[in-house]
Design a protein around this ligand. Structure first.
Ligand SMILES: NC(=O)c1ccc[n+]([C@@H]2O[C@H](COP(=O)([O-])OP(=O)(O)OC[C@H]3O[C@@H](n4cnc5c(N)ncnc54)[C@H](OP(=O)(O)O)[C@@H]3O)[C@@H](O)[C@H]2O)c1
Length: 305
C-alpha cells in the first residue's frame, strides 16, 4: 500500500516520504479500514508516540496521522460491532502506525459508524478536535448551562469545537487567540473575543471554565481567573498553573464510540460545523502538512480520491 512514513524527528514534516509499505494484518479485535480521508495534528512530530512503541522502543519508519474516515475491509478474530463494507470514522492508537496510508489496522472500539450523508473529509476532520472539546467540556470540565467558558485558541481546530459545543450547552463563551483569529472565533459562536497579544486577559473577569490549548504564560494568567469551584482544563501537557480554589485537569483525548456519535449527529443536523483549512490529495499531502505554510483549521488528506 502507499503510505507516508517518518524516520527522523528533527526533520519534521520535511522528513516525510510517500512510499510503499506492507498492508497491515488484522489482529484480535482489530478492523482493517481502507482510508478515504486522514486528519493530522501539526504537533504530531513532537509526540514520543510517533517514534516509539509503548515500551519506548524505536518503531520507525512509522506512519503518522491519527484521524480517519473510510470503509471496513477486514475484521480480525473476535471483532464485533462493525461489519465489512461499513463506513466508519475514528481515532487511531497513538503508538501504532497511523492513517496517512491506504489502509490502517485499528481496534474496533476506536471507531464509530460514519453516516452516509457525511463526507469522508468531514469525518476525518472530527475525531481529535471534536472528542477533545467534548471530553474537556463535559467529562473533565463538567460544564453546565449558564456558566462562562474562556476558550483559548478559539479559531483553531479544537477551539472552534469548544466554542460551538459550549455555546450549544448554554454557556457564555469568551474566545481568545491572535487578532487574525477574531472573525473566525466570532463566526463559530464566541460571544466575545480577547486578542491575547493586545488585550488584557485580566479584563475578562472571572470564569467558570478555562479550556487551554496554549499553555505557558497564558495558562498561568488564566488560572487566576477561575472562580471558586471552577476548572482549568488543559490539553497541552500537565497543568503548570492551578486555580486557587478550583480544579486543574489535564488529559489526553480518548477514542469513544458514543462521544463520536454525539459529535457526528450534531454535524448532520447543523449544530456543529467542522473547521477544515486545507484538503489535499495524497500525492500533495507532504507539502500540505508543512506547519509553516498551512492554513488555519484542520488539514485533511483525501487518501482515496
Ligand atoms: N491532549 C490532547 O488530547 C490534545 C488533543 C488535541 C489537541 N491537543 C493540542 O492542543 C493544541 C491545539 O491544537 P489545535 O489542533 O486546535 O491547533 P490549531 O488548529 O493550530 O489551533 C491553535 C489556535 O491557538 C492559537 N494560538 C496558539 N498559540 C497562541 C498564542 N501564544 N497566542 C494566541 N493564540 C495562539 C493559534 O493561532 P495561530 O494559528 O495564529 O498560531 C490557533 O488559532 C496543540 O498543541 C495540540 O497538540 C491536545
Amino acid at each position: 500500500m502507499k503510505a507516508i512514513v517518518v524516520t527522523d524527528q528533527a526533520a519534521g514534516t520535511a522528513g516525510m516520504t510517500l512510499t510503499e509499505r506492507p498492508e497491515p494484518p488484522a489482529a484480535i479485535n482489530d478492523v482493517i479500514v481502507q482510508i478515504h480521508a486522514s486528519g493530522f495534528v501539526p504537533t504530531e512530530m513532537e509526540w514520543p508516540s510517533t517514534w516509539t512503541d509503548r515500551a519506548g522502543r524505536d518503531r520507525t519508519p512509522s506512519i503518522p496521522g491519527h484521524e480517519l474516515a473510510g470503509v471496513v475491509t477486514a475484521l480480525g478474530y473476535g471483532t464485533t460491532g462493525l461489519s465489512l463494507g461499513q463506513r466508519v470514522f475514528g481515532l487511531a492508537d497513538w503508538y501504532r502506525d497511523g492513517t496517512l496510508a491506504e489502509y490502517v489496522a485499528i481496534e474496533a472500539r476506536n471507531l464509530a459508524p460514519l453516516p452516509g450523508d457525511v463526507d469522508f473529509a468531514v469525518g476525518a476532520s472530527l475525531p481529535i478536535s471534536g472528542l477533545t472539546a467534548w471530553q474537556g467540556l463535559f467529562r473533565h470540565g463538567r460544564l453546565q448551562a449558564g456558566r462562562t467558558v474562556l476558550a483559548h485558541g478559539a479559531a483553531g481546530a479544537v477551539g472552534t469545537m469548544v466554542t460551538q459545543l459550549a455555546r450549544e450547552a448554554g454557556a457564555h463563551v469568551i474566545g481568545t487567540g491572535r487578532a487574525a483569529g477574531r472573525e473566525k472565533a466570532l463566526d463559530f459562536g464566541a460571544h466575545e473575543f480577547v486578542d491575547l497579544e493586545n488585550d488584557a486577559l485580566k479584563d475578562v473577569g472571572s470564569v467558570d471554565l478555562v479550556f487551554d490549548v496554549i499553555g505557558g504564560d497564558v495558562q498561568k494568567r488564566s488560572a487566576a481567573l477561575v472562580k471558586a469551584g471552577g476548572t482549568l482544563v488543559s490539553v497541552v501537557g500537565p497543568a503548570e498553573a492551578r486555580p486557587t480554589d478550583g480544579l486543574a485537569v489535564d488529559f489526553v483525548v480518548e477514542a469513544d464510540r458514543v462521544d463520536l456519535g454525539e459529535i457526528v449527529q450534531r454535524v448532520r443536523d447543523g449544530r456543529l460545523r467542522t473547521n477544515i483549512g486545507d484538503v489535499a490529495s495524497f500525492d500533495d499531502a507532504i507539502g500540505a502538512l508543512d506547519p509553516t505554510t498551512r492554513r488555519s483549521g484542520k488539514t485533511v488528506i483525501r487518501v482515496r480520491p
